[in-house]
Design a protein around this ligand. Structure first.
Ligand SMILES: Cc1ncc(COP(=O)(O)O)c(C=O)c1O
Length: 364
């Protein structure tokens, strides 16, 4: 469980945000810029569906994504447990496909820690470049199964064990404080911003932390709030739904159809049953939604935000006009320029990169 001192801190921050007081406060360093992100009405999607489709603008966090929250929360929890001491050669280790690493590297710098990130080599190169600019040590390893000792998460765990000096292995996939951060922080912010009036929450799942934490909080406030998981095609969960096969202790190697997630969307797509734990969103729909959002709303978002928006429109259509659907815009498109936002790369994969003339053209 979280320490009561941090619980109080996040409650205060949330209360200040709800009261609109944050803008008058001078932030003490970059970490105090994390959270209290705006909730924006996505006009084109709202007008099209007759619902209020609201996006939590997490790309406005200083590290550029919702992962800033868990980076700060988990590091502060480790400090409170006495596992991390600043300016003492202590190092934070994590295996991550990118966003969490960038947030950890930023918070590490701000707080006086070293940071070592292990990531799969097939992720967009600008993520590792950004990590290096933040002063992190970056190791890119070939993608492989979680049961392989060369998997990026297992390599990160091993590096932490080898480190001479204080080491903290974050383990965002299995660390339940990940969901706890969203339960104490993101969920209350959303609830305050909608003033307790919302019908549905829609989110993808990378580690499962956001949907688990936010959904738990929202359901506690009002059990009638519906929570939907937006998952891309080709994820492990998609295989579970379509073929009954997913990585879990009960499903041994050899019975699975494939090893890695098979989608171009980065950051989301469950490929194993995590402790933090529909209709699937096609990659083609995510590519077109992202182009639509720029053309119609001036919103330049990453692939997981695009998936969330596709699912939010589907949920809105299912619920009918007059409902409020909240989703999360986890990061911006800047981090995806060489893959998801590269017309050349997407065309090479057979995707249409023209902004659609109407939402019905691809979501009808
Ligand atoms: C850009 C982006 N969006 C969304 C997610 C999913 O969030 P969560 O890990 O809380 O399920 C991730 C996580 O890895 C991510 O990097």
């Amino acid at each position: 469980m979280a320490d009561s001192r941090t619980t109080t801190l996040y409650a205060l921050v949330t209360a200040a945000a709800a009261a609109g007081a944050a803008s008058t406060v001078i932030s003490h360093g970059v970490t105090e810029l994390i959270g209290n992100t705006p909730l924006i009405r996505i006009n084109s999607l709202s007008d099209h569906t007759g619902c209020e489709i609201l996006g939590k603008a997490e790309f406005l966090n200083p590290g550029g994504s919702s992962k800033d929250r868990i980076a700060l929360y988990l590091i502060e929890q480790a400090e409170l447990r006495g596992e991390l001491h600043p300016n003492a050669n202590n190092c934070i280790f994590e295996g991550t496909s990118g966003s969490t690493g960038i947030s950890l590297a930023m918070v590490a710098r701000a707080k006086g820690y070293l940071c070592h990130i292990v990531m799969p080599s097939d992720q967009a190169v600008e993520k590792s470049q950004l990590l290096q600019r933040y002063g992190a040590t970056v190791e890119r390893v070939p993608p492989c199964s979680i049961v392989d000792k060369g998997h990026f998460v297992n390599v990160a765990r091993q590096r932490a064990a080898e480190h001479a000096g204080g080491a903290y292995f974050v383990d965002q996939f299995e660390n339940l404080l990940n969901a706890q951060a969203h339960y104490e922080w993101t969920g209350p912010e959303i609830w305050a911003q909608v003033r307790g009036r919302m019908d549905a929450f829609v989110h993808g799942s990378g580690t499962g932390g956001t949907i688990a934490g936010v959904a738990r909080y929202l359901k506690e406030q009002n059990p009638r709030v519906r929570c939907y998981l937006a998952d891309p095609q080709g994820s492990g969960l998609a295989n579970k739904v379509n073929h009954g096969v997913m990585f879990a202790d009960s499903e041994r190697e050899g019975t699975r159809r494939r090893q890695q997630v098979d989608t171009l969307v980065e950051g989301v797509g469950l490929n194993r049953m995590t402790r933090n734990f529909a209709r699937l969103v096609a990659d083609a729909d995510a590519v077109r939604m992202a182009r639509w959002l720029v053309a119609e709303d001036g919103l330049f978002v990453g692939s997981s935000a695009a998936i969330n928006c596709v699912a939010a429109v589907r949920v809105a259509k299912m619920l009918g006009p007059g409902h409020t659907v909240v989703t999360v815009l986890a990061d911006g498109g800047q981090r995806h320029l060489t893959k998801f936002w590269s017309d050349e790369a997407m065309t090479g994969l057979g995707h249409d990169v023209q902004a659609p003339a109407s939402l019905d053209e691809f979501l009808g």
